[in-house]
Design a protein around this ligand. Sequence first.
Ligand SMILES: Cc1cc2nc3c(=O)[nH]c(=O)nc-3n(C[C@H](O)[C@H](O)[C@H](O)COP(=O)(O)OP(=O)(O)OC[C@H]3O[C@@H](n4cnc5c(N)ncnc54)[C@H](O)[C@@H]3O)c2cc1C
Length: 266
Amino acid sequence: MLLREVAYARPSSLAEALEILAADDGARALAGGQTLINVMKARAGSPDTLVDLNGLHELRGIELGADGTLEIGAMTTYTEIMASSEARARPILGEVCAQIADVQVRNRGTIGGNVCTNDPTNHLPPLLAALGAQFTIQGAGGERTVAADAFFLGVYLTAVGPGELLTRIRVPAGRNDGFAAVTLGVEGTCIVSAAASLNGSVRLALGCVDAVPVVLTPSSTDADAVRQAVRDAALEPPSDVHASSEYRRHLAEVLAVRATDQAQRS
Ligand SMILES: Cc1cc2nc3c(=O)[nH]c(=O)nc-3n(C[C@H](O)[C@H](O)[C@H](O)COP(=O)(O)OP(=O)(O)OC[C@H]3O[C@@H](n4cnc5c(N)ncnc54)[C@H](O)[C@@H]3O)c2cc1C
């Protein structure tokens, strides 16, 4: 289906992009376009102006700090993360990006677009929640940094407000991480996903069982403790054509154990 007529702006600086977004209620950021353009084609959304972020070099790239912290620009693609020697400081990032869809989507899709969409079936919201990532948001009034629990607010809803942009994501140092998912086919989105990080304590995040990633802190890595933590969360996942609520609850336990096992072995 053809797109409705839409204005297009390609700012050459972050300041210019923020100015255009602040001046026009109907303007939306365009990152990789792998969700937004499909949404526009389906007429589920129809921005008046697309503000293309692809010319903003300040939103790209991955820096590795001396303490092992990664700073990832919001416009960094999945393929760039997979290929980055800096990102290997947290190998799970590249491993999970490699599981997202196909080469075309990975070449265009960005880490910022993935989390700003906050589609519960996306791979990166639960992963970044488990890793304890911090999200930097910039608007006319300056910038602020929020943790995952303050960033993911609902389905397709995040802390990035009108006129604002996610600029970068900070991932703390660590190596003992795991991710497990049951997907729709080999390259499909998740039916349920689980990410685990064992750096200090156990931190689990479950995807597709609620509007936002559900973060849990099991008392140990023992499979029974992990299963109990998932049961204690009293999840009420949605039922749909892909899985019943009961099956998603079952998958959440199984995948939480698998992700924790991988984290222990990594
Ligand atoms: C065939 C197909 C299969 C897919 N399978 C998967 C999958 O298995 N797993 C998965 O995780 N994803 C999957 N996706 C989604 C894909 O990962 C998208 O790339 C991602 O959801 C959005 O990223 P994007 O860079 O393309 O953003 P866009 O589509 O350009 O933007 C998405 C939304 O985020 C906003 N946005 C983007 N960047 C910023 C920013 N810096 N600041 C503020 N707002 C911003 C936009 O305004 C828009 O509302 C799939 C997509 C397709 C087409």
